[in-house]
Design a binder for this molecule. Structure first.
Ligand code: HEM
Length: 459
């Protein structure tokens, strides 16, 4: 497949904006060297809210060794994500965090090259492929739910869901015959995600980044060894489909492209799904009326607890979708998105120079009182069709938007609906009285203590 050098797409002179060229933008860069990194790690939502209250919706900050600018609110989200003039580079934005770990993953490609790859990969997300993934997801989720049902009582649900999500991804992404090497692949992916946001950005011995870089080498080895074998087979899993996918000229993706896309995609899917399914369970546990409503909705499908869910039936779970959306509003699995300006531009009255690292913020947007009255209250009726139509399109963006909008969005909804349906047809979930779990919100929300819930049998 044709590959383009980023330098041919982006102006060659794009460099990090010099700090002094951002001095006119209001803000506070915090401590020397570490900037505001610790504030963000400690309380990402509070930090952005305080900065926005003090400096406004366009402010200067410093994180992970670089001064950048945050652009807040739906208008900023739309401006950045939907730009069609190649003003914002995703590769050079996310690259700061992810370059050593996921070089040339889809989110780290730009413009024409990105379009070509995205089109080629999209074959793995067409309806026929989704149906085959759903069969695997359904079987895996049903089996896990039955295991939970056989041992009711208190349980730490986050690690259970993490394991389940990984096992499901292993089957639908890699096929059923993955064997024991999967444990190593799982550890490698965890190490890569941890390294992506580690404060020390160099792979010095003993650091998370060193472990992440080693993990990438392991993943590269695993996928490289498999590509030619998969090309010759007719597997329906996502990896096999990428091995056979061709671009608009009929050329196959190169082995390196497949490795880069697979390692990025496994990571993009794993922690986001773990986070969103865990918050789904949490909000069901704390909102028993919605738990009953979704159980009734699942029962109305007319399937016994062990019968699989057909792809065509996914649309028949509208309340489940509303609840899942509301869970991702309050706890968006990707709390912010990075870009870098390729040219000078003006927004909100400020001229921002080429090379500036930019952040837009889902977590902040999803709690803006002008769009979400009582933002901390769990209320899935915010997602009726009428309510969604009345709101700014970019007031809700758990999956981003524009050219880089999440490719796995439908996969995520499918897995969530399948999960909710089996879970609620078989189980009840509650929290112990007085228990208030704390959430770590960044880089991907997760309950700090693993989230202790009590499972019971649903009839
Ligand atoms: C609840 C689950 C998920 C959430 C909240 C989520 C969120 C996101 C967001 C916000 C982006 C855009 C980032 C940007 O614009 O810079 C993105 C991109 C992406 N996601 Fe997801 N994601 C989820 C699940 C998945 C799954 C299951 C897959 C794969 C099966 C996946 C694959 C991707 C890919 C390939 C991209 C890059 C798209 C591109 O650059 O064109 N995601 N995701």
């Amino acid at each position: 497949m044709q590959t383009l050098d980023v330098a041919t797409v982006l102006p060659a002179q794009i460099r990090r904006a010099r700090r002094d060229t951002l001095a006119h933008i209001p803000g506070n860069e915090g401590w020397p060297f570490i900037g505001r990194t610790l504030n963000v790690l400690a309380d990402p939502k509070g930090e952005v809210e305080r900065m926005a209250a003090k400096y406004g919706p366009v402010y200067r900050t410093r994180m992970l060794g670089e001064t950048g600018v945050c652009l807040l609110g739906p208008e900023a989200n739309e401006f950045v994500l939907c730009d069609q003039t190649k003003l914002f580079s995703s590769a050079l934005g996310w690259g700061t965090l992810l370059d050593r770990l996921f070089p040339r993953g889809l989110m780290l490609l730009d413009f024409e090259e990105h379009r070509l790859h995205r089109r080629t990969i999209s074959v793995a997300f067409k309806a026929e492929s989704m149906k085959s993934y759903l069969t695997e997801l359904d079987a895996g989720i049903a089996a896990q739910v039955m295991r939970w049902r056989s041992r009711p009582g208190p349980i730490l649900i986050y690690p259970e869901i993490k394991q389940l999500t990984f096992d499901l991804a292993a089957t639908s992404f890699l096929g059923p015959d993955t064997g024991r090497e999967m444990d190593d692949v799982k550890c490698a992916i965890s190490d890569m995600v941890a390294a992506a946001v580690a404060p020390i950005r160099k792979p010095w011995p003993g650091t998370k980044m060193a472990r992440g870089v080693r993990a990438r080498a392991h993943i590269v080895g695993y996928f490289s060894a498999e590509v030619s074998r998969r090309r010759a087979l007719d597997g329906e899993d996502l990896f096999s489909q990428l091995c056979r996918a061709t671009d608009e000229n009929g050329a196959l993706l190169s082995t390196q492209d497949i490795i880069d896309h697979m390692s990025f995609m496994m990571t993009a899917a794993h922690d986001t799904l773990t986070s969103s399914l865990t918050s789904l369970v949490y909000f069901l546990a704390t909102n028993p009326q919605w738990q009953s409503a979704l159980r009734d909705e699942a029962t109305s499908l007319g399937l016994s607890a062990t019968q699989p869910l057909a792809y065509e039936k996914l649309a028949a779970l509208p309340q489940t979708e509303m609840v899942f959306k509301e869970a991702m509003r309050i706890l968006p699995p990707v709390p912010s998105v990075a870009r870098r300006a390729t040219r000078d531009f003006t927004f909100g009255g400020y001229t921002i120079p080429a090379g500036t690292l930019l952040g837009i913020n889902q977590l902040y947007t999803h709690h803006m009182t002008e769009h979400w009255p009582e933002p901390d209250r769990f209320d899935p009726t915010r997602f009726t069709d009428a309510a969604q139509r009345a709101r700014h399109r970019y007031a809700y963006l758990p999956f981003g938007g524009g050219a880089h909008m999440c490719l796995g969005q439908h996969f995520a909804y499918m897995q969530a609906k399948c999960f909710a349906r089996h879970f609620l047809q078989n189980l009840t979930v509650s929290l112990e009285p007085g228990y208030r779990p704390a959430w770590q919100m960044w880089p991907i929300p997760k309950p700090k203590d693993g989230l202790r819930v009590t499972l019971g049998s649903a009839g």
